[in-house]
Design a protein. Structure first.
Length: 534
């Protein structure tokens, strides 16, 4: 051993690779830094702020943080900043749009999360997340008026992870972002005030299946590194273009896609969606349904269009099958649901398939369609789950469709607005859903060949199937309940939301209508935005 040390000491250190300083554009990553900083401030609030004013303080921190991140996106980040941190983060037009969309959707969702409705015992979260459901500890926390305000910094951490996910330039950054966005969602799912055991069961399912999907992603990333000798997406694309022997490329690609398709909720990785959407607090469900789908599709766009799919090799046939079965499974099972949250959950699976149709066009117009669909679906979904959170049966959320029977006769304004959202989900003209489907389907027909045309036909038929489910809900709301139907505890009512929640819901409804009537401005933004397509 003593002979080795002098030999090492005599090595020519000048032969070692020179150290290269990594350049960091803080203006480019400023929006993410602002959100991460706000989440850390929220943690400090939980540690030091008095319980009485903690809820209002956390809401203020969230609003200031997300508005600050939006301002940083507008005034600091620029699409010509192609990459920073040695290529780990890529800032282009698509990344900026998706980050801005995530910030706005998160702000709307968290404002709905913060509504306590008629009092401290009517909010979405349990008074003590660590207490066993029905235990004395939970009862004491309820009497003391405790509130799980930890949900707000957790939501900010998840938002920051999503922003990093859509701008990742290599597989390692993408994996870290995947974990940062996932871990807070696992916890948030378990914090429902009502039906606590169902909420905890949903969180456990989400955590276990999410862990498997993350492991698949990490293993796939290792295989792709073994194939290309780099984890950079652009480096992998270069290796794909000059190889004649795929080798580790095929299993690596499949495993990485498994991890991303799980977050999208595409078949056959969709089994967690209905259970988690039903068990999670309803505002958290809206947050997950909208923001997670935006983040996952943003990462999938970058992964496929920049990295593994840059040369259009024949693996895309597997995604054609996934898209078709996702639409079929989601639409058919939507019709069979008797719970509004599970109905919207299976509906989200079908919509994931619709978005995949535009994604598989492998054309710039297809990317534009995907981005438009994500914006339209996100605002409609947040508003739909937020409005379903207001329907109460004796203080408990009324999610069974039988409880909604006759609701429109007692609350016509609520039913009319919710009907508009259902029309958007169904893709009826003059709503954002119709324009989104056109924007996704037309590129598939134009550039997807025979497979794209077949997927569009399946998509149209599945849209008709899901439309039946949406109109069935509308019919229940506006018809008179028969004897034995409706609530067992009393009359189902709609709780009057706070002004902040009303404003958040109004944003979702207005965007749904505006994007249906005047979609051109947003579509023009995509045409003039710098794209990352080769």
């Amino acid at each position: 051993m003593s002979a080795v040390i002098p030999a090492v000491a005599q090595m020519d250190i000048s032969a070692a690779a020179p150290f290269t300083k990594v350049e960091i554009s803080y203006a480019a990553i400023a929006p993410m830094l602002v959100v991460f900083g706000g989440a850390l401030v929220g943690v400090l609030v939980e540690a030091f702020a008095a319980r009485r004013g903690r809820h209002e303080t956390q809401i203020g921190v969230v609003v200031v943080t997300l508005l600050g991140a939006l301002a940083a996106l507008v005034f600091l980040a620029r699409p010509n900043q192609t990459s920073t941190m040695a290529g780990a983060v890529v800032i282009d037009g698509v990344a900026l749009f998706l980050q801005g969309l995530l910030v706005v959707l998160s702000l709307v969702s968290i404002l709905i999360m913060g509504d306590r409705l008629s009092g401290r015992t009517a909010d979405a979260f349990t008074p003590s997340g660590s207490a066993i459901p029905g235990s004395k500890q939970e009862e004491i926390a309820q009497r003391l008026g405790a509130s799980t305000t930890e949900a707000f910094p957790l939501a900010l951490f998840a938002t920051a992870g999503m922003m990093m996910f859509v701008s990742a330039g290599d597989l390692l950054t993408m994996f870290v972002a995947l974990e940062v966005l996932s871990l807070p969602l696992y916890v948030l799912t378990a914090l429902s005030r009502r039906r606590r055991l169902l909420s905890q069961e949903a969180a456990l399912k989400y955590f276990l299946l999410g862990s498997f999907s993350s492991a698949f992603f990490l293993f796939g990333a290792a295989l792709l590194y073994g194939f290309a000798g780099t984890i950079s997406l652009s480096g992998i694309a270069a290796a794909v273009g000059r190889t004649d022997n795929p080798g580790l490329l095929v299993p690596g690609t499949l495993f990485v896609l498994f991890g991303v398709l799980f977050k999208i909720g595409a078949w056959p990785f969709h089994s967690w969606v209905p259970d988690v959407y039903q068990g999670a607090p309803t505002p958290v469900t809206g947050f997950m349904a909208a923001c997670t789908k935006v983040a996952a599709f943003g990462a999938l766009l970058r992964l496929v269009y920049v990295g593994i799919g840059a040369t259009r090799w024949d693996w895309s046939a597997a995604l054609w099958v996934v898209a078709g079965l996702t639409m079929i499974v989601g639409s058919v099972l939507t019709v069979t649901q008797t719970d509004i949250k599970r109905l919207l959950a299976y509906s989200s699976i079908a919509h994931a398939g619709f978005i995949l149709v535009g994604f598989l066009a492998f054309d710039r117009s297809g990317v534009n369609g995907v981005l438009f669909y994500l914006a339209a679906y996100g605002f409609t979904t947040v508003a739909a789950f937020g409005m379903s959170f207001l329907v109460r049966d004796g203080g408990t959320e009324a999610t069974s469709l039988t409880q909604w029977t006759g609701l429109g006769r007692r609350h016509p304004k609520f039913a009319a607005v919710f009907f508009v959202l259902l029309l958007a989900f169904a893709g009826i003209p003059l709503t954002s859903g119709f324009t989104a489907k056109v924007a996704a389907f037309v590129p598939a027909v134009a550039h997807g060949g025979a497979a794209g045309a077949v997927l569009v036909v399946i998509g149209v038929l599945c849209s008709l199937i899901t439309a039946y489910a949406y109109f069935r809900v509308a019919g229940l709301m506006f018809r008179s309940p028969e004897r034995g139907e409706g609530s067992s505890a009393g009359v189902v009512e709609v709780v009057t939301p706070s002004t902040v929640t009303t404003f958040a819901l109004a944003i979702g409804v207005v965007v749904t209508l505006v994007l249906g009537v005047f979609p051109a401005p947003l579509l023009n933004v995509f045409d003039t935005t710098t794209q990352f397509l080769p």
